[in-house]
Design a protein around this ligand. Sequence first.
Ligand code: SAH
Length: 370
Amino acid sequence: MSAADLATRIARHIQRHGPLSVAAFMAMALHDPRGGYYARHEPVGRTGDFITAPEISQIFGELIGLWCADLWQRIGRPDPVILAELGPGRGALMQDFLRAAATVPAFRQALRLYLIEASPVLRAEQQRRLAAAEPQFVEGIEGLPPGPPLMLVANEFLDALPIRQLVRGRLEWTERLVAVDDASRLVFVSGPESPALSLLVPLTLRGLPPGAVVEICPAAAALAAALGERFARAPGAALVIDYGYFPSAAGPTLAALRHHRPVGVLDEPGNADLSAHVDFAAFADSARSAGAAVWGPVPQGRFLTALGAEARLGRLAERASPAQRALLESGLRRLIDPAEMGNLFKAMALSSPGLPALAGFAEASTAGGE
Ligand code: SAH
């Protein structure tokens, strides 16, 4: 099924049932089982539509593996441990993670790998690349065994979750909706003003002037709450890394990418990746309300540097050819440099309450408490 077909199908759906929320449009464009973006594409990598940290440098996944090994020591070296990844892409992060984890053999042996992946194309690739670790695929975090301690990682996962866009009207807030025009093209329209919509806007942003746009992500809030509830009753931690903002801020940030180039959000449903900046403050609030401790966010550059990225680069460079060394160096620079991914991307951790400072977050005050 082609993307044109998906656009037509979405338009027909709207003609029959009325306008869609931006979140409902995003869910169809990304996950429609026949024409959805993730159902058909290899999104990540040079030949895909965007590139991610683990595809740029092996150091990224290795340091996350060592971060988890350090955490494992602090929580009393439990065995077994559930290691879960949300949206593992092509499996690069996890490959590097497991290689680094093997330097602490008892940790590696304790790990039971669970992957949560919506795309059948990527599931097949993950199965192939991670076969030696015998991954189990589950639908969502509800599918993880409830008993053992949990370590969860998610890189560039939250930005793919559907967001709603709320627009400040004259007195109250409205919702931006996706409708069709006379030529059956998808267009944005504004729904009615409603006090109920105003309640969905973070308190700090409710006073913005008419026309202001605020994005909320119910799926991320629900995930944070479910993780928070789990960490309140059983040991564990989640490390989420993504691009986004802290504190909450006005948008819109929703953007579409095709072959590394921006395209119109409504122009190519099914053919373009859709993602939005992550509201780390909202994510932290939901997790904290459910009982988790929250760490960070800290800028990715500072986080990786605190975990020893430079030392790791040095060791890899010793054994590398000059060409390889140049690639290793430029890759790490890209992840750390504030002008590249070092500042926009941020790391945040959720954990069971009462743990001593987690590596990489030692100097960062937790997002909690204010
Ligand atoms: N973490 C990888 C890939 C990031 S792209 C990396 O850093 O390279 C986003 C990933 O999340 C993809 O694997 C995509 O298929 C997956 N994904 C997006 N929405 C999802 C959902 N609702 N449930 C499960 N997986 C999802």
